[in-house]
Design a protein around this ligand. Structure first.
Ligand code: ADP
Ligand code: MG
Length: 292
């Protein structure tokens, strides 16, 4: 593109809340045929709410929630905020944990009120040799409602589960329909469970789901799509998404997300609204047409 057309596109983009890092970002975006999107905070609001509590019967649900919320006080994950807020809404006051450790993409671990607590996905509990088989049917029933499930273990035994729901952004569906009109395939990439991910994907008409992906593997998944001949844009909001944004032909950061994501991206959407991607793509195509 000519410097003039790039300047015009950059200016137009800015008025629409689409910030291009440089001319290259505009040129590459035009060629994109696949958009990979992170689920939490990109397709969804990123503000999950506690919806369900199930226990094995040994502890009551208030005690389970107290232990879980106390541990999550140390975590910055949106799921942690859902549990802490869920406890406070039920007038349960979390206490300070005696120890705390976070394992990205898996869960949290620590000591609360003299008890050893694990809280996270099923593989996380299993990595400590804890079976949660008796909770699986309960978990599946919540997942088909679109809830994300976290399992709780107390002193080495599965004690219950917590389910949270993250509302889909009202703008996501329209954005995906328009991307399809532009011939772009949409792929969801998430650390969440396969069933929960599929429920959300089906509501939105997403073409492909890659679920149960650890944060450090997200970039590899983008690379695999590129090796299949796809020209990939990746949209995400979290620190965990930064390597995948950098791997993508065009990284798209949600302006409502972390600074790290924005630094790794060629495009930033100020409003954190997926419809901005459609605008950015149309603008890049228009710009390149003008100079031919
Ligand atoms: P996403 O790709 O949706 O951002 P993550 O990769 O951050 O998800 O997490 C994947 C899964 O690991 C979550 O669905 C949850 O089961 C578990 N997990 C991660 N962090 C936490 C936490 N702080 N507390 C409980 N569970 C967690
Ligand atoms: Mg995330």
């Amino acid at each position: 593109a000519t410097p003039m057309s790039v300047m015009v596109a950059t200016g137009k983009g800015a008025t629409m809340g689409v910030l291009f890092k440089n001319a290259e970002a505009i040129e590459l975006l035009r060629q994109v045929d696949t958009l990979v999107v992170d689920k939490t905070g990109t397709l969804t609001e990123g503000k999950p709410r506690l919806m369900s509590i199930e226990t094995s019967g040994e502890l009551d649900s208030e005690r389970l929630l107290f232990l879980a919320a106390s541990l999550e006080l140390g975590s910055e994950h949106p799921l942690a905020a859902a549990i802490v807020n869920g406890a406070r809404e039920r007038e349960i006051k979390p206490a300070e944990a005696e120890s705390f450790e976070s394992v990205p993409g898996k869960g949290v671990k620590g000591r609360v009120d003299g008890r050893e607590i694990l809280l996270g996905n099923r593989p996380f509990l299993e990595s400590f040799g804890i079976e949660a088989d008796f909770l699986i049917n309960l978990a599946q029933a919540r997942r088909v409602e679109g809830e994300t499930i976290m399992f709780v273990a107390v002193d080495g035994k599965a004690a219950g589960l917590l389910g949270v729901a993250d509302p889909i952004k009202s703008t996501s569906q329209e954005a995906i329909r328009k991307l399809h009109e532009e011939g772009i395939r949409v792929v969801m990439l998430t650390g969440d469970n396969r069933i929960t991910a599929k429920v959300v994907a089906e509501k939105l008409g997403i073409d492909k789901v890659i679920a149960e992906v650890l944060p450090e593997v997200k970039a590899d998944k983008v690379k695999e799509l590129q090796e299949q001949g796809r020209v990939v844009a990746m949209a995400g909001d979290g620190i965990n998404d930064a390597p995948a944004l950098a791997q993508a032909t065009v990284g798209i950061a949600m302006g409502t997300g972390t600074d790290v994501a924005m630094e790794s991206a060629g495009v930033t959407l100020v409003k954190g609204d997926l419809r901005g991607i459609v605008r950015a793509i149309l603008l890049s195509r228009e710009t390149m047409r003008n100079i031919k």
